[in-house]
Design a protein around this ligand. Sequence first.
Ligand code: DGL
Length: 266
Amino acid sequence: MQNLPIGIFDSGIGGLTVAHALKEKLPNESIIYFGDTEHLPYGEKSAEALRNYSKKITQFLLEKNCKCIVIACNSASSVAFDVVKKTVKNIPVFNVIDPVIEKVSNSCNSCKVGVIGTKATISSNIYKNKLNAKCPRAVVTALATPLLAPMIEEKFIGGDISKKIIANYLSNKKLQEIDQLILACTHYPLIYKEIRDYFKGEVIIINSTNIVAEHIASGLKNKTLLNNQFKPKYKFYVSNYTKAFEKSARFFFQEKIKLREANIWN
Ligand code: DGL
């Protein structure tokens, strides 16, 4: 069981930021990644659609004998965690939201916490509900920032256009005087530096990738599921292959990778 791969999925290639953090943290682990590029962006989809996609992808990863499932997408984590848990029954399932809530709730009493993410994540209210359940005195304000994921996919990063779009969102009055900002989308670690610079170091920026990787590492350790062989294999699937995605995937994973197409919807 220990030597089986970790199954990870996202709407597309955003979750590769999580996969990369996991690879750094657990270099012995094999990974099977599924990017649902056919249904991208998840942020614009209904909760019901996200639950259906997540269930199907989980079944695909189970057929590949994964020892655990990582939902490396905030949009799917916010509405499909229970469905995925029901689908797998007896292996661990990790989402990208709970580890961040755990971390932030240790330091947010009486704080003002901002959250930015897709429309699906923000309209679910999951960050506010979960944070306030642990930290009732925290003031949590959330803002949907739907242009950021496509902007990042198009690699508009570190230039005038991204600076203006980021400033336009971050100057929203919902985010005034925040102490911490949660990047609630697995695309956003790629613009971490620009967001940090916008706030001139006055706001703590919560980048979830390392937090999530730590959480998965200790979850697997507790269940004695860590791999003890140093022969990891990485496989990357997308539901709709294009060369452009393969190129972007390299940028998200920070290493060259080969994408395979898997049509799992029939
Ligand atoms: N990476 C996805 C997330 O964390 C967002 C991208 C999308 O809208 O598909 O929510």
